[in-house]
Design a binder for this molecule. Sequence first.
Ligand SMILES: Nc1ncnc2c1ncn2[C@@H]1O[C@H](COP(=O)(O)OP(=O)(O)OP(=O)(O)O)[C@@H](O)[C@H]1O
Length: 343
Amino acid sequence: MIRIQNVSKVFTAAKKQVQALDNVSLTIDKGDIFGIIGYSGAGKSTLLRCINGLEIPTSGSVRVFDQDISHFKEKQLRDVRKQIGMIFQHFNLMNSKTVFDNIAYPLKLQKANKDEIANRVKVLLQLVDLEDKTYSYPSQLSGGQKQRVAIARALATNPDILLCDEATSALDPQTTQSILALLKRINKELGITIVLITHQMEVIKQICNKIAVMEHGKVLETDSLINVFTAPKSQITKDFLAKDMHYERLCQPNQGEISLMLHLKYVGNSTATPLISTLSREFDVTTNITYGNIEKLQDTLVGNLVVDLQGHPADVESALKYIQQHIEVEVIKDEYITNRTSA
Ligand SMILES: Nc1ncnc2c1ncn2[C@@H]1O[C@H](COP(=O)(O)OP(=O)(O)OP(=O)(O)O)[C@@H](O)[C@H]1O
């Protein structure tokens, strides 16, 4: 549905050149909820804006609905944009217009008649559960309600694609959950392909089936959510995942012992492996669990356990070998921390 091939974008500002996108290639299929994650300045917004022709690549091609839009004229781009809705971090509603008029606006531009507009707005307000706010003004709404109005407006013209530019970044965690649930429902029930950009792994994890990780204008890796979560390739992806897990060392090893912080990854049935109890029983090591969770990602159980393994070097080595024979494990943070007090 969307095929981005070797796209680069260079901006020139104050006689300086900024390479916002550097040879980016991505494929987004119909029905995907595709998440693009990266830190500020990675090029996410520029890439998203290339999909609806708000930015034109310096080189490369952007194919949407099987047409290369990178050379389209403004009139052709306007037609393509009718099939692509967009929502933003700060909602971009018209404050002087009611909820009804905000949602009706794209329909009025399309010269729909009064009855068509009234019917369509009613359906959309039902979809986003805001019928009781039909004649309210944006200033009378909460952030989450404003984003619901923005979603209804973006869907007014029945688009096939919805682009979400940091759509939940200005919302509290609970409201974020409800907006993500709404996006998921829109994807499932209306078959709308969603492309979202974010700097929060939490958001990606909740709803995306595929993901791309960006840094300095480049896509470092792109794969299914499960593959990226269970076998991240780039350091920045590992950093995002680590941040999502909030782990830290709970205690320091005793004198002469070493400590190893490990990330154990369980996928599917291996979640049941009684590994930790075996470690304490069979090897002379202590294991402190500093983080643990099991979650369902796209119907697959994925478990993450961060343990601090402590003991004498030979025992820790044997325990590590044992773990490696059973599940995927990554040594995180410092490889070895030896607590040697000066003699
Ligand atoms: N119109 C522009 N003119 C000049 N430079 C730009 C323009 N738009 C973006 N840039 C630059 O391109 C780079 C990528 O910006 P972009 O907004 O795409 O990143 P981002 O990952 O979306 O960041 P953020 O999360 O902060 O929005 C940045 O260095 C930015 O300053």
